[in-house]
Design a protein around this ligand. Structure first.
Ligand code: ADP
Ligand code: MG
Length: 704
């Protein structure tokens, strides 16, 4: 039995959080820091010096020897450069531990090897990391010992964003400002800030490390590039919410403890749809804190897995034909006085502020469905979005019966005078208490669903940062709010004007609402009739980043400049090409060095046994001969497909970086990869398991 954990005792013990700051910082310093955190007031260097000193003392007590600015460049993972606290030796030969305010607030990693998409000319490779004091510093314990991690934003010498954090903070300001204007119109005079709240549910797979290391495709690309389906997949639905296996339970316990210490509110855990697939969800937090926490969650999942002899796969589609992994991004807006602006109350038709906000969200999503789709685009996510799997690549909004009804009343009669009421849930079993069921059922196929008091954006891939999705959500909603406020602030009759505006927004943007089955072919056709974009792959989605509409939107709110958008687009095309290139090379490597030799060995064994049987005087070797012929045929197809893949991927590789190259990978290289996979997967079904050079899907999925 494992030991029991006292959660309240360990929670946040490795975080430089508010209570630590209050305890350790002089009152005046604490107050100034709080003003910076809450109101964005500039922090003086003297104050930073005091904070840095206390932070260092605290970290050293936790065993820290180093500190690092922890940032999120556009590589998709976090980056850090560690510095020890030590000073130059004193005359006595001893060293001191020091950490200055300047070191706390500003870092200068050598930025030249991070992607910048042409933003940084090569002669000016400088980049700065700047302390994001709104996300708390923490001490991380791992094989490197203990390290003080300071969340930072990462910018170029001239202030352009080179990371995920900077635009996120900018977008939070944008939506916060506009949302505050909006609540003021409805008489809220006490709220000082409105902050986006985000909760991200993280899906992942666990496989045994031993199996993993025998699969070069998993090692190099994070997903399997070959693999025939096992006799049993997820069709029995017996894994979803099933009893968690002991080995996995022990892992989850360990993960939770690590996360709790780091102040991450790991809350829910369960088995997912596919065998070996699981989910972890924290309690929601302010958007930028949640973005950091999600990174911590992903790192912790991986690190702890290796301590348990397992590998955590965060790829969006580790196994073809098996459910992929995503990250549901739950989003709402909360005032600093604790009011959730997306809470409709029991009678939404009477809640005018809510209806205005809802109609603005619909307008925002309808207008910028392409950008929202883009925010979830990633090489691996192409295997989910639009590929007959959850969720579809078409963005639509699920409202549910009650709100759709209110919307329809408003559109058709100009008035909404009732809300569909919730009903009692009766099970027919006396001993089970009755309760009111939710007014909306769930719709698991919708990419953007209203779920009671928040929206759940389900497109983000399991491996990706949730920052881009929230940048887009914050900014597009800021725009719709701004337009509403511009109009309503100057209205003579406010209640008439707000009523008209809600009706107008709903009427003009109702096409984005879809409550039906998002996976169906009918929806694809219906969406096309409605004129909704269907961007079926990452490269198409990335094209939309620099549209006139996108540039205007992001520049208006100071979230991205045109140059920043262009740089991000450039980086994404390049990332795409590089990732597919690695996959193609890995396939060629595995096929050439492992599969073909194994198949040849198998055919040789077959031929030998045929000869042996014939020399023994038995003439009926039809089955063996047929098998030999089929195998040889598939071997030939494999060899040809390899040649073809080699040719197209070499051609792709020689192209100049950019859009055309990415499209070439998409249109030429990917089909060539599929063509190679096909005969190999067929061979796997024929060739002796003893001879097949790597673990099968069955081994990987059912043997943790
Ligand atoms: P689900 O709705 O998916 O069944 P939950 O209600 O537990 O599950 O919520 C899923 C995630 O949404 C959790 O991370 C939760 O903290 C988060 N969440 C709940 N309320 C909000 C909110 N108002 N804003 C943002 N996220 C929220
Ligand atoms: Mg959910």
């Amino acid at each position: 039995m494992g030991e029991y954990t006292n959660v309240t005792e360990i929670f946040g013990e490795d975080v430089f959080n508010d209570s630590v700051m209050q305890q350790r910082l002089p009152k005046k310093v604490y107050k100034e820091l709080k003003q910076t955190i809450l109101e964005g007031k500039e922090l003086s260097l003297e104050v930073a010096d005091v904070i840095a000193h206390e932070m260092k003392e605290w970290a050293i007590e936790k065993g820290a020897t180093h500190y690092t600015h922890w940032f999120q460049p556009l590589t998709g993972v976090t980056a850090e450069k560690h510095d020890a606290f030590i000073t130059a030796p004193l005359p006595s030969g001893k060293v001191l531990m020091s950490f200055s305010g300047k070191e706390l607030i500003k870092g200068e990693p050598d930025a030249s090897s991070f992607p910048s998409g042409g933003l940084r000319a090569t002669f000016e490779a400088r980049g700065y990391t700047a302390w994001d004091c709104t996300s708390p510093a923490f001490v991380r314990h791992d094989a490197a010992g203990a390290t003080l991690c300071i969340p930072t934003a990462f910018c170029s010498y001239t202030g352009e964003a080179l990371d995920q954090k900077t635009p996120l903070l900018r977008s939070m300001q944008a939506v916060g400002t506009q949302a505050l204007r909006l609540v003021r119109l409805f008489g809220d005079t006490t709220a000082k800030r409105v902050i986006p709240s985000v909760g991200a549910e993280q899906e992942y797979f666990l496989v045994s490390e031993k199996m993993f290391s025998k699969r070069k495709d998993l090692v190099f690309t994070g997903r399997t590039l070959f693999g025939a389906m096992p006799p049993k997949g997820q069709e029995m639905d017996d894994h979803y919410l099933g009893t968690i296996r002991q080995r996995v339970s022990a892992y989850m316990k360990h993960v939770n403890e690590e996360l709790w210490k780091l102040g991450v509110t790991a809350k829910t855990q369960h088995n997912e749809v596919a065998p070996a697939q699981h989910e972890l969800a924290p309690i929601f937090a302010e958007a930028n804190v949640e973005v950091d926490h999600n990174q911590i969650i992903m790192q912790t999942l991986k690190r702890v897995a290796s301590q348990h002899g397992m590998k955590c796969l965060l790829h969006e589609k580790p196994f073809a034909g098996v459910n992929g992994s995503g990250k549901h991004n739950n989003w709402s807006l909360t005032t600093d006085t604790g009011v959730n602006l997306l809470d409709p109350g029991y009678t939404p038709h009477e809640n005018i502020q809510f209806l205005l906000i809802l109609s603005c969200v619909l307008k925002a999503v309808d207008r910028h469905a392409d950008l929202l789709r883009e925010s979830a685009s990633d090489v691996g996510n192409d295997h989910r979005l639009g590929a007959n799997e959850a969720p579809p690549a078409i963005v639509s909004v699920f409202l549910g019966d009650q709100l759709t009804d209110v919307m329809t009343q408003l559109i058709t009669t100009g008035m909404a005078d009732h809300s569909i009421e919730s009903e009692k849930l009766e099970t027919g079993v006396k001993s089970i208490p009755e309760f009111m069921r939710d007014t909306t059922d769930r719709n698991r196929t919708s990419p953007f669903a209203f779920t009671g008091n928040k929206f759940e954006f389900r497109m983000v891939g399991s491996r990706d940062s949730i920052a881009p999705a929230n940048v887009v959500l914050n900014t597009i909603v800021a725009e719709a709010f701004k337009e509403a406020c511009d109009e309503l602030e100057k209205a003579e009759d406010f209640s008439l004007a707000v009523h008209d505006l809600i009706k107008k927004n709903f009427t003009e943007h109702q096409r984005i609402v879809f409550n039906g089955n998002g996976y169906s072919q009918e929806w694809v056709e219906e969406a096309e009739r409605r004129g909704l974009p269907n961007l079926t792959c990452m490269v198409e989605a990335v094209d939309t980043l620099t549209s006139e509409k996108a540039v205007e939107l992001f520049e208006k709110f100071g979230v991205f400049t045109k140059a920043e958008l262009e740089s991000r687009q450039e980086i994404k095309y390049e990332t795409y090409s590089k990732a597919i290139n690695i996959e193609a090379k890995t396939m060629l490597d595995i096929a050439g060095k492992q599969i073909i030799p194994a198949v040849i060995k198998y055919t040789k064994n077959l031929a030998d046994s045929i000869n042996a049987i014939v020399s023994a005087g038995v003439l009926d070797v039809d089955v063996q001969t047929e098998l030999l012929q089929l195998t040889s045929q598939l071997l030939k197809e494999t060899k040809e497909a390899m040649e073809n893949l080699k040719t197209v991927s070499e051609k792709a590789h020689d192209m100049e970086d950019g859009r055309d190259k990415a499209y070439f990978y998409r249109r030429q290289v990917i089909p060539a990869m599929d063509a190679l996979r096909k005969p190999v997967d067929e061979l796997e079904m024929i060739v002796d398991k003893e001879i097949w050079p790597m673990p099968s899907y069955g081994d990987l999925l059912f043997e943790v």
